[in-house]
Design a binder for this molecule. Sequence first.
Ligand code: ADA
Length: 551
Amino acid sequence: MLRMFCEHEIRYSESLDGIWDLRLPDGRQYKTAVPGVWETIPDLASYQGKADYEREVVTGYDSDILLRFGGVSHTAKVFFDGVPVGSHYNAYTGFSVLIKGVKAGVHALKVEVDDSFGPESALHIPNDYNTYGGINRSVSLEYVDGAYISSMSFYSTENEDGTFNAHVKAEITALKDIEEAGFTAFIAGRSVSTDITGLKKDGTKSVSVTVKDLDVTRWDVLDGNLYDLAGVLDMDGQAVDDLIDRVGFRTVEIDGQKILINHREIKIKGFNRHEDHGQLGLSMDAGTMMCDLQLMLDMGANSVRTCHYPNDPKFLDLCDELGILVWEEDHARALPREILEGDVFKKQISDCNIEMITQHVNHPSIYIWGVLNECESETEFGYSVYKTNLGQLRDLDPTRPVSFASCRHFNDVCLDLVDVVSFNIYPAWYLKEPVSDFLTRLLKWIDEDGNKDKPVLITEIGAGAIAGYHDAFRRAKWSEERQADIIREQLTAVLDNKRISGVYVWQFADVRVSEEWFANRPRTMNNKGVVDEMRRPKLAYAVVKEIYGRN
Ligand code: ADA
């Protein structure tokens, strides 16, 4: 399943998850799981390149069909009965392929997957995280007939009496000319309908409805109250298609130096979390994701940052249910100027922004959107790039604040573009300077740079430790003891500082990195997790739990 709940009661949908055939260009063949990554096959633990995923698909009746992919890493070319029917770039956002006039019977589905680096890949590049290969998220087959709801977005507004209005916008895709149709939104025991006229074959039409004065229970931090939102499309008086999502009613505001959820100031106590696991790689099941969240909750966290790309909707569904705040960001980590200047980047990052927001806008847990982690925000050229991308996010979703995590301490020129000022800092690890001294300097610079009326988040701070390496004298870097002591100094200084609205520890778990990063990444891993890649706690785990617990 693509989500943690059933998205359709009317539209027929079946999962294509399971065992597929995997064929490599050199002739090697394997049986492999979808969703999954090929690195879990021992022969392919270090394989990077192309591979074909293949399986049979049986359709029970003549129909137009939708193939929906949660994520393919990192480039997919889809073939149905040998005919190219769609393609997509980026492992971290989903896509759909519409195939018309499919006859009942047995069909061949092939996905040519390619995770190689090169000029056609601007976002997946050698980096301090690993690009895996495979169909990393779920796949579903759906039957559509005449017209269908291709997307549905929701936001809420609060009335003075504490009730809420649900604003629903649906995009209808028509597969034939349709004179009259209707759309109804059902939520919290209420419904509102609207007529649709003039649907043209192969065209799309947006319709909007508002369900007013809903007396609902707010979604809140660590108290995730959710409501099913069902959109139903009818033609000739008969329901022909539907789309179900889960939403929450809450407010997010920036009030001077404060971040408010439901009008209350919040202090972010978070973790940076890559989608990576020592055994499963990029493709974690819901149970494994839940284990991660339970560990974060045990340490007293209330937020997670999806460094550095949009996350699996199932993970976001779990955050919605648990009331865990999410900073979600587009797919970029320290991209060099030669990439930022290229047309491939401009298309791929724009597509990522559109897909991230179109696909994730309904998650109440997402309280802020981020872009372009640690890119060139200290130059005039960089300013134009950040302005374009932050502007695109604001256009796509005017209801949430926007930011980016900067490492251009003392010379960033883009902070006027954001609602929240965010910095990644590593005093006591990369820098010898005591944490509180560095913080004092940085906050002074931020305020003197004209941002004293904005919240400040420390989006990364941490230190490394090789799991199991101990130093009784607590001196050696890479020992668990030294990591614990550095994180203690870091978190104490940050959370004691009233100017700072919160912090994200870098990072939750150790993660695999690209081979090209081996030189300063022991084990070809980023070892700054407070748990290792198999989620075994290091000494720092107890320190985070103690400090988050008292804030
Ligand atoms: C940067 C970057 C992270 C990671 C971190 C580190 O802040 O944003 O992805 O590379 O440094 O471990 O050094």
